[in-house]
Design a protein around this ligand. Sequence first.
Ligand code: OOG
Ligand code: NI
Length: 267
Amino acid sequence: MQVTDFFANLWEHYTQIAPQAQRIQDLFKSHGEEVINDHVAFRTFADSPISLEKLEPQLVAMGYEPYGAFRFEQKKLNARCYKHTENSEHPKIFVSEIVASELPEACQPIIAKLIAQIPADAVQGPEIFWAKQLWTAPSEADYRTLAEYSEYAAWLSTMGLQTNHFTVSINHLKKFPTIQQVNQLLQDEGYLLNDVGGLVKGSPELYLEQSSTMADKVEFTFAGGETRTITSCFYEFALRHVQPDGTVFDSFIEGNADKIFNSTNNK
Ligand code: OOG
Ligand code: NI
């Protein structure tokens, strides 16, 4: 699959569940901006047929290569980032996975039940990145148990494998050159931003500043038939800075990412 077709498919699925992203992109366009994506992110289950390791060959087949690895000790996550080998204009990709065996006992049978339903050969092509839930809906009780220990696991149990967020490259905006201006525009339009550790994650000194909306909400029907409003996906904004060696920082920062993950928390 062509990389541009891959991202077009991702955007179409993503904006169905996160309509705020389309509205915000349209808002930037109404100010004469061209909206370029810095990166997209996915979440998945480690030790499963859709683990990071199983997904990676699909990204490699499209010309991507891994260039960074991360560990989130408290959240029990591993992550890797990927960039395109030939075209640096293609969005970067951030994939994280949760290690269920490291979560409290109470979570383990719940996650095992979901993973057991994923076909061993689930990963056949790039379409896997918008496959969503590859298992039947969890019960509301199981969802709440997961949420108690891991908002990430709870989110993944309902949303499955799909784009968790797209990210606007602030570097490519003309009228909103600072992240503060972007945040102000969004707040003036009534969008709720992730304020964990402040609205701006990172700093120019770290060569990366990021902010994000709080996730959209969707109706979800649990196994027992109860329909509840839960969080879906969010939109992110990233400003990258030039390093002393003259190159633009192109990776990710654990301390920033750790806070961005909370954009899907049910507050
Ligand atoms: C990923 C959070 C990390 C970033 O840009 O640091 C991230 C997630 O919420 O799944 O996207
Ligand atoms: Ni991100």
